[in-house]
Design a protein around this ligand. Sequence first.
Ligand code: GAP
Length: 457
Amino acid sequence: MTEQSPTVSMDKIVSLARRRGFIFQSSEIYGGLSGCWDYGPLGVELKRNVKQAWWQATVQERDDTVGLDTSILMHPQVWAASGHLQGFSDPLVECKNCHMRWRSDELKEPKCPSCGGELTEEKMFNLMFKTFAGPVESEENIVYLRPETAQGMFVNFQNVVNTTRRKLPLGIAQTGKSFRNEITTGNFIFRSREFEQMEIEYFVKPGTDEQWFEYWHQERFNWYIKLGIKKEHLRLYEHPKEKLAHYARRCIDVEYLFPHGWAELEGIANRGDYDLRQHSKASGKSLDYYDDDTKEHYLPNIIEPSAGVDRSLLAFMCDAYAEEPDKDETRVVMHFSPALAPIKIAILPLSKKENLSAFTKPIFNDLRKQWAVQYDDTQSIGRRYRRQDEVGTPYCVTIDFQSLEDNRVTVRERDSMHQIRIPIVELKKTLEKKLAGEDILVLPPGGEVVQAKGKDA
Ligand code: GAP
């Protein structure tokens, strides 16, 4: 197999994200807060779409999974039982000269990467953020910001089973913020201190766990491909037995070829009955499942596909990015799948003239009931197409003075740059079909191809 290299630099992604309002540094006007990021007007749409696509695939379209939304602050005993208080730590070293702190397991040499200084002995540093619940800052009021959403699903297992009357296999899914006081952050939104996860806890009968583990890692790998990531930019990595987390029987990562190299996008773990056993022991409550078919009581095993929203979003951005020659220029295009594109359709009246805007606005208002649509009537049409290409808008609809006469508009596709002219009465249905994947050159009644070789007028 030939060695792949990343197709885009992180600088280009960071610059586009900043320039077009996808992602900003947190608290930028104060110099920023390390490891925290803000999503701008386009970023928030993209992020919503990533979560929506995940929810659709893992909850909406499945018979065996239900959703949940649990609190960020949980009883402190949760973190003792889960093993986080004792074991959720990274090895920390400090430079004796410049006092920079590093994760020693990530250092290539035993000296400070910044100044070459001597390092202190390694000590374990717990990654959970601490705060206090209530007005008294005492030991007994310490609570933690959750470092994963998973525990909220384990401790609610009985509630979900009892209220939904579901049988195993049963998946519980949730998306939400998690917090880790990472020693080093970096690679843009790849590793931050505040981030969002999309996790499924899939409860199965013991003995069927291996089969479901196989199923889930393939299912999750395919989800990224379905949403447009190139297969050659994804791979699976199985953790060797001796390096598995204390709770895991097996763990496979879906890795993506990020600009900084291959790195984890999502982890799929076979957690056995570790979590329910620990919480049952610590809380004194039985978390057994009663299997009505076999008349047995047992602790289910858990398969956990755990993904990061921000990491997925970064991978979708990197994979969508392209610089393509066009006439004498280079156009930057984000080839987002329509499901993820922050704006689905741009409405571009040829000019700002009153009669044209009066004609265009009702079309815009009708389409925006169904999709995220942007109205843009500034600068030349060519520049407006470029702006939409750069943020990945799949279709532009141009309304010109001829439209006032013949009630027809031009639809231009982002990827091929083909243009068709169609009756306005066919517009909504046509866009629905195109956004669902129909070839742009398949015409509705009364439609014609006006440009089919990839050059803008
Ligand atoms: N419940 C299991 C769990 O949390 P993990 O491998 O520690 O497993 C799962 O995290 C996913 O969460 C990762 O694959 C990654 O996508 C995301 N993630 C973890 N730490 C992150 C961080 N500091 N910044 C951004 N995303 C992170």
